[in-house]
Write a protein that binds this ligand. Sequence first.
Ligand code: HAM
Length: 442
Amino acid sequence: MQGSPPRGMRDFYPDEMRVQNWLFSRWRASAMRYGFEEYNSAVVEHEELFVLKSGEEIVSQLFNFVDKGGRRVTLRPEMTPTFARMIAARGGALPKPVKWFSVAQCFRYERMSRGRKREHYQWNLDVVGVPEVTAEAELLSAALDALGGMGLTAEDVVVRISHRGLMGAVLEGLGVPEEIRTGVLGVIDKRGKEAEESLRRRMETLGVSRDAVHALFALLDEKEIGAFARLLREQGLSTESVEDLETLFGYLEACGIGDYCEFSPSIVRGLPYYTGIVFECFDREGKFRALFGGGRYDNLFDLFGAGSLPSAGLGFGDVVIQELLREKQLLPALSRRIDFFLIPYSQMERARAFRTAERLRKGGFHTDLVLGARKLKGALREGARLRAERVVLLLPEELEQGLFVLRDLESGKEERVPEGAFLEDPGRFLRASGSGPSGSAG
Ligand code: HAM
C-alpha cells in the first residue's frame, strides 16, 4: 500500500490543517462581515447538473460514477450548479436578495500543474436577485476584504474585469459567426496560459479570418473602456456592457477597492454560464493562475424552470492563495496552543491529574497531560515539545500539603501554589492573558 494519497489529492497533516483552518476562518469572517450566510451540500451531486451547465471542459474532468442504485452521480467539480439547484428548489420562498457563501471541496480530474490539483476547496460567494452591478461590487469587496486581511495589497494582487457582452459585441462587429463565438471565447480564455501563436492558429482553425484575428488581438490589450464605447457606437452595436463596466468601476472606487481593479477585455472566463460582468484576480507578478474568478450568470436557473433570476458570484480556491502567501512570507506562524500541561509524578497521582485537567478544560483552558508512564525529565521534554505555557507538576510531597508546582518552561521558574487558589483563577498564571481562558488558535 502506498503512503501517499491518490494522485492530485491532498493529505492535511496537523501543520497543514492549521493553515487550512486559518484560511477558512478568514474567508468565513469576511463573508459574514459582508452579510453572507453559510450553506453547503454533499460532495456527491447529479452528474446531469454539470453536463447541462458546466461546459465541456469540466465535464471531461468529472470524477463520475454510477452508484449502487444505478444513478449517474459525480463528485462536484464546482459549487455553482448545486447552488442554483438549491435556490431553485426553494424558489420564490426565499427572500431576495439571497447572499450565501460556502467553503466547498471540489474535484476535477485536471492535468496537474502549479496551483492546480484534482481536489481543492473553494470559497463561493453568490448574490441572487440583484440585476444591478451593485452585486458584483459587493462580491469583490468581500473577496478583497479577505485578501487584505491576509496582508495582500493592491501592489500584490489585481482584479481584471470585463463583460461577456463586450466581447460578444466585438466579435459581432468583426463578423465572427454566432455559432463559433463560444469556441472563440474559450480560446481567448486561454490567453496568458498558452502561447499567443498557438491561440491565433486555433482561432483560424475555428473559422475566424486572419484579419479578424489580428484586429481581435490588438483589442485584447486595450486598457481603456472608452475605446470600446467608441468602437461599439461606430458599429451601431449595444453599449450596455460598457455602461455596466463604468457603473461598476464607480462603485468599486466608492468601496475603496479601485486600486485593486482594472479593466481587461481578455477576461472572458472558461465556464459557459456567465452572461455579464466577468472577473479574475491574479498576483501582479503573474506567477500564478487565478486566485479567484466569477461573474454574472442570469440564466442558470432556467434549467430548473425557475425563470431567469439575476445572479452573480465568485469562487476563490485554497491552493493558489496559499502558494502566494507562502512566497510573500505572509502565512502566519501557527502552533498548537496548550495552556497547561499536567505531569503526575507517578501512577498514584494520575486520578488527581485527570480531575484537575477536567476542571481546567471545563474552564476553557487548553489542557494536556502525560498519559503514559514517563520519567519527569521525559515528561518535561514532552511539555516543551508541545510548547505548553505552564507545566503543572503533581508531586507526592507537595500534594500532601495541597500544593501544585507550576513551572514556566521558558524561564525555568517554579512556584508552589495552593490547589484551591490555582483552580479558582488559572488564567492568572498564564503569561498572555493574566485572566480568563485563552483564545483558541489552530
Ligand atoms: P473557476 O474559475 O473554475 O470558477 O474556479 C474558481 C477558483 O477555484 C479558481 O480561480 C482557482 O483559484 C480555484 N480552482 C479551480 N480549479 C482548481 C484546481 N483544479 N486546483 C486548484 N484550484 C482550483 C468556478 O468554479 C465558478 N463556479 C465560480 C463561481 C461561483 N461563479 C459564480 N459563482
